[in-house]
Design a protein around this ligand. Structure first.
Ligand SMILES: NC(=O)c1ccc[n+]([C@@H]2O[C@H](COP(=O)([O-])OP(=O)(O)OC[C@H]3O[C@@H](n4cnc5c(N)ncnc54)[C@H](OP(=O)(O)O)[C@@H]3O)[C@@H](O)[C@H]2O)c1
Length: 334
């Protein structure tokens, strides 16, 4: 079948998407972004991935989040994105904000992971080829490497910007004390950290509790929440069992052990509250993250266009009454 040439919806910037400034930078990002960790790999259907990417861009999503090892197999989500870049998105490159990361396991041998200059530089070059890009908008150090001097990792980020291969840099999952040093190093080298990316959802409150959110703000960086739906737990997906086509059933990173009775009880109570607000659980969970100015963007995953469409409806109501917020805390405290 010959694919028709893609032309994006001309109303993409007036259909409800809002944009927030990332810290103290010139960059505004959509409140909801799309991540390609799952559902865009070599094991998935290219046509479905392409449909989701088109739908996202048609609805004002400009930020697409990738990493070298997204798939499976490793590298294949970047290849999928590269194909869509070539076939659809090329004319719109300047409307897109694309990230990649390196630092997790990627290729065999001593240079295939962690935070050495050798790994990060080679990783970025490989990612650019797979994605059919000349540069990424932001390159993240995917995780802190306790064995490599932090100067080496940070200087590699600085040099990527100097080489023009990344416009900005970011940190992912760095512990508070290490991030404090990294922010200072990057700023001192005139490449301030644009974004901190951390796991944050109704079920995972670490960035609040550990001071990571406040630290990002103090350092002029935006905060990006990943797995905002707790990989699907904070949706209707598992309310009545484990569907065959779900992330848990497919044996991904979400294990069935995560769906404890306690979690299910909380999720059901949250679902009821969402219903009272006239939202799905997914919508309420995203709205809660966007209720104040602390989070720049939430990166959602989606295995279908319908899921992404549901998630985008979160933007219709991100206000919570004091009573609703109190009720949420009560439910979570169990
Ligand atoms: N920096 C890091 O280390 C790091 C780590 C993890 C993720 N990330 C980034 O964050 C992105 C998002 O992570 P995530 O995929 O875990 O996010 P998520 O939004 O918490 O979970 C996405 C999954 O939830 C389910 N889902 C989503 N919307 C739904 C809806 N409306 N109704 C029912 N189910 C729905 C789908 O599961 P099914 O597949 O079961 O349908 C989907 O694949 C990743 O793609 C990646 O870009 C970064």
């Amino acid at each position: 079948m010959i694919e028709s040439v893609y032309s994006p919806d001309e109303n993409r910037y007036v259909c409800g998407m809002k944009y927030r400034r990332a810290g103290k930078s010139g960059i505004c990002l959509p409140e909801i972004s799309l991540g390609l960790w799952h559902n865009f790999g070599g094991v998935d259907t290219l046509a479905n991935g392409r449909r989701i990417l088109h739908y996202a861009f048609d609805h004002g999503i400009t930020y697409f989040d990738l990493a070298d090892n997204y798939g499976p197999p490793y590298g294949s989500a970047e290849e999928t994105f590269g194909q869509v870049m070539k076939s659809s998105f090329r004319p719109y490159r300047d409307e897109l904000f694309i990230s990649t990361k390196a630092g997790h396991d990627m290729w065999p041998g001593p240079y295939g992971n962690w935070g050495s200059r050798k790994h990060l530089m080679a990783g970025l070059d490989q990612s650019l080829k797979r994605m059919n890009l000349e540069y990424v908008d932001v390159f993240y150090s995917h995780r802190y490497d306790p064995e490599t001097p932090l100067e080496e990792t940070m200087q590699a980020l600085v040099d990527m910007v100097r080489q023009g291969k990344a416009l900005y840099v970011g940190l992912s999952k760095y512990p508070l004390d290490v991030a404090a040093w990294a922010y200072v190093y990057l700023k001192a080298h005139d490449v301030p950290c644009l974004l901190y990316q951390g796991r944050y959802s109704l079920l995972v409150r670490d960035p609040e509790k550990q001071g990571i959110l406040a630290q990002a703000m103090e350092n002029g960086a935006g905060f990006i929440a990943f797995s905002p739906l707790a990989q699907g737990l904070l949706t209707s997906r598992y309310l009545d069992g484990i569907p065959d086509d779900s992330r848990i059933a497919r044996g991904g990173f979400l294990k069935k052990e995560a769906l404890t009775e306690e979690v299910l009880r909380k999720v059901k109570a949250l679902n009821e509250l969402a219903g009272q607000r006239g939202q799905t659980l997914a919508e309420m969970s995203l709205a809660w993250l966007l209720k104040d100015g602390l989070v720049t963007s939430v990166i959602v995953g989606a295995s279908s266009v319908n899921q992404l469409a549901d998630n985008l409806k979160a933007l219709d109501n991100t206000c919570f009454s004091e009573e609703e917020l109190r009720r949420i805390e009560e439910i979570l405290e169990g």
